[in-house]
Design a protein around this ligand. Structure first.
Ligand code: G4P
Length: 310
């Protein structure tokens, strides 16, 4: 499945972000703890290599804590990068974040440090900004916005936040990443189907979280395949069509919504080792594709030559 969901407003927002990045002193990138790699924006890392960064993992209550730790260690190896894992529903870590910003990007000559806050849709960006801004929140106000899409919020402690619209990127190169973005709810449901997501998620959970599934869903015997799993769940939940057949669309919707809400347990959908393997495979696939394209062009060139030589 290749999910193509890149509405025009995201293209514009991405361009605006690229334009303002040189003036930014520090970048806060908000990542979904369930998919820290797939939710990180490759454009940000590419264009802000020289800037300090704080990567905030949200929704840690929904993610596997041990895997989140692995990801934090992985990201902290990147230059000038600090990480913080937080459950925004129950924790307000704004003081710690402000102190970290002041340390990593101290204000110079009385000027505020410009701190860009970026993240994919639905990752918890507004919740975090509300925590940070607290009583200083000035959604529209005296500070001129850099662009219409971006918003400046003066925290009055030497930090000027630059809130950017939630955005994805035009092409998610690694296909499993697009499934993960859809599974966690970053890609709109209209761009894909619940059934497609449910098949992906059931396959993943059967492979990596079988005990959790058995325990939560109280199956005597865990089904072996994703279709058997969805049929068993459909029968258990009464998602049936006339004639007693399981309504796959209905059970898929129930399953995906319960999974997103954490009702099936805390799940991480990728580990550093998984991503390393997928990226190595992607390099091979891309090389094969490039070789096929080159061969095709050569054949075309050859044909043209042979036509000319006749
Ligand atoms: P956004 O600006 O990046 O689009 O995200 P926003 O803050 O609006 O948060 C999107 C949803 O994610 C909200 O749920 C929010 O409560 C939830 N959320 C944010 N951080 C966390 C977290 O750390 N853990 C959990 N479990 N959820 C988090 P919602 O259903 O849209 O609204 P509501 O539940 O707050 O009413």
């Amino acid at each position: 499945m290749a999910i193509h969901w890149y509405p025009g407003h995201m293209h514009k927002a991405s361009k605006e972000m690229v334009e303002v990045l040189p003036r930014v002193n520090l970048v806060i990138e908000i990542l979904d703890a369930r998919i820290p790699y797939s939710s990180s924006n490759p454009v940000i890392d590419a264009l802000s290599a020289d800037k300090p960064k704080i990567k905030i993992f949200t929704k840690t209550d929904l993610a596997d804590a041990a895997t989140t730790r692995l990801w934090q260690d992985e990201f902290e190896q990147q230059q000038q990068t600090k990480t913080l894992a937080v459950d925004l529903k129950t924790e307000d870590r704004s003081e710690q974040i402000v102190q970290l910003c002041q340390k990593l990007a101290p204000r110079k000559e009385g000027a505020n440090s410009l701190v860009m806050v970026a993240g994919i849709p639905n990752v918890g960006k507004s919740t975090l900004i509300n925590h940070l801004a607290g009583k200083h929140m000035t959604r529209t106000g005296d500070e001129p916005a850099v662009t219409k899409g971006q918003q400046r919020i003066n925290l009055r402690n030497g930090i000027m936040l630059l809130d950017t619209p939630g955005m994805l990127w035009p092409k998610v190169e690694n296909e499993p990443s697009s499934y993960r973005l859809a599974t966690t709810g970053a890609i709109k449901n209209t761009a894909t189907s619940y059934e497609e997501i449910a098949f992906f998620a059931a396959d993943y959970l059967l492979k990596y979280y079988p005990q959790m599934l058995s325990r939560r869903l109280q199956f005597d015997r865990l089904p072996a395949t994703e279709i058997e799993f969805l049929e068993a769940l459909g029968a258990q939940r009464g998602c049936l069509r006339s004639g007693g057949r399981v309504d796959l669309e209905r059970v898929s919707t129930v399953f995906v919504n319960e999974l997103r809400a954490g009702m099936l347990g805390a799940v991480s959908f990728e580990t550093p080792a998984m991503i390393e393997k997928e990226l190595a495979e992607l390099v091979i696939l891309q090389a094969e594709k490039a070789a096929r394209e080159e061969a095709r062009l050569e054949r075309r060139g050859g044909k043209k030559k042979s036509v000319r030589s006749r």
